[in-house]
Structures are given as C-alpha cells and as structure tokens.
Design a protein around this ligand. Structure first.
Ligand SMILES: [Fe+2]
Ligand SMILES: [Fe+2]
Length: 288
C-alpha cells in the first residue's frame, strides 16, 4: 500500500507532511528573525504550492460535512494515546532524512519545550498529542485533507489565509449563499458552530474533548488556524470565548513551530514519564 505521507505523487504533492510545517515556519518566523518584508510567495517549493492549490480548491462545505460524518462517529479504531503515537510514527517523512525528526520526536520535542518552561501538566500533554490527528493519513486521506492551514467553510474566504487566490477554483466560491461575510453562520456565532476545513486539528479535538481542559482543547482544535491566531482574521465569527481561546492557541504555537532544532528527545528514556502523564488524563483506550 502506498503511504500518502511518503511519496510526492498526484494528489499528494508534499514530500511528507512535515514539508507543510517547514513552510509555515518560514512564513511565520520567530519574531526576532522576522524581516520587514515577508516574501514567502516567490520561493515556495512547487510541491507546497500544489498542496495549497489542492487544499483550497477541494475543501468545500460539502466535503467537510462528509468528513465530519465519516470520522466524528469515532468508529474507526480503539487505541490508547501511546499506541496512537506509535501508529503515527509508521508515517515516515523522507523529505530530509538527515535532519528530520520522527513524528514521536516532533511531539516530544514540543512537549519537552513546554515542560522546560514550567507549564502545567495538561499543557505538556497537549504538546505531546497535538498532531495525533495526522493518523488520518494512515486511514487513506490525502495530504490536503490532513494538514494545511485551516479556515472556515460556508462563508467568504479571508485574504489573510495563505494563497487566497486558490480559492477561486473552489466550487463554493461560485455559490453566493456561501460567499457573504457570515455565510451560513450568525454574526458572532462562535467557532463551535463554524465548520472548519477538514484536517488533523478538528479530528483530534473530537477524540480527546471529554478529557482535557478548555485551553488544551483550543490549542488542539485551532493550532493550524493561522489566519485567526497569527493574522487576526475571522473575528466577525468569534464569540468572547473564542477571543480568549485564540490567546491560548498563541501561547501554544511557538512550541509547535520553534521547538525543532533542539536535540532529538530520548524517546525510550522519557517514555515512563509520559505514560504516567497520559494515564493521569486519559482512559487506557480512546475511540478514534
Ligand atoms: Fe499540527
Ligand atoms: Fe505540530
């Protein structure tokens, strides 16, 4: 079986899911490295562009509703968090084998950076699990339905979403009902009522939503919603609670983007600590 995370191929133009994250990091460098002129547009790898083209043109409201029906019943698999980490780790990213971390290493690098800064245990755990929704790839979903910046569907696209020009090919762009400012939503309805483009954030949120405190759930559900948490877009759909949630997402984001580059964590040595942490919040098995 072909591994959708592994080979650049029609429909899966990235060399691996991490290639999207490299791009995001270039687009949103650490504040001290940010140049006055942010020119990510011209030197983007063709695979990344093609990935966004597919993402923006295929993530319709209808597609999202279908994926919600398919996955949010959580009847695909039962497994514990550690098992899910090992399952995700079978998704090998070969884009840069010398420097690339495995999926477990990325997760632990994120959580270890949060731990070093003395944050609460739920925050450390959030770092550990935040990308587990990427197992969607192993269920056969194409890259553009697993990673990528997320955005609301069913209403007008913000030009603060990266590569907004690719939305022109989305069939929803030709449905006037879906192209008003609020679209199918009430003003200030709150993001809980807004359908986001389908991907690993929304999926994992539903798997873990009964077990973690609200700030953790916000970090998981909206960590790829860069148009909102980095660009300040879509406030017209948000409630007061959402504005608070975006603050939590912003606290999480630097650990996700900028913890890479430290030493790879010693997974086996850290495992007992993390198994204890997982047990503190989660049952032995979760429904995926
Ligand atoms: Fe992610
Ligand atoms: Fe991540």
């Amino acid at each position: 079986m072909s591994d959708p995370g592994r080979e650049p191929q029609a429909g899966n133009p990235l060399q691996g899911l991490d290639e999207w994250e490299h791009f995001v990091k270039e687009r949103y460098p650490e504040p001290e490295q940010e140049s006055a002129f942010r020119d990510y547009g011209d030197n983007v790898r063709p695979g990344v562009r093609e990935f966004y083209r597919l993402n923006h043109s295929n993530q319709t409201l209808e597609f999202v509703l279908a994926k919600e029906r398919q996955y949010l019943a959580l009847n695909h698999r039962r497994m514990g968090v550690w098992e899910a980490m090992e399952f995700l780790n079978t998704l090998v990213d070969e884009s840069d084998p010398d420097t690339e971390l495995s999926q477990i290493e990325h997760l632990m690098q994120t959580s270890e950076a949060i731990r070093r800064d003395g944050h609460p245990r739920w925050f450390i755990l959030t770092g550990l699990i935040h990308d587990l929704g990427k197992i969607l790839c192993l269920f056969g979903e194409p890259q553009w339905a697993v990673v990528g910046d997320t955005f609301p569907v069913g209403c007008r696209y913000s030009d603060r979403v990266v590569f907004p020009e690719y939305f022109a090919a989305n069939p929803d762009a030709r449905d006037p009902r879906l192209q008003t400012e609020h679209g199918i939503y009430e003003p200030g309805a709150g993001l809980d009522h807004v359908h986001m483009s389908w991907g690993h954030d929304e999926y994992l949120y539903h798997v873990v939503k009964d077990y973690l405190p609200p700030p953790a759930l916000a970090m998981i559900r909206y960590h790829s919603f860069y148009a909102a948490h980095r660009e300040g877009a879509y406030t017209h759909l948000m409630s007061a609670f959402d504005r608070e949630r975006m603050g939590w997402v912003r606290r999480f984001n630097p650990y996700d983007l900028y913890s890479k580059g430290h030493e790879p964590p010693d997974v086996e040595k850290l495992r007992p600590y993390y198994e204890g942490l997982i047990e503190e919040f989660f049952p032995a098995e979760l429904a995926w």
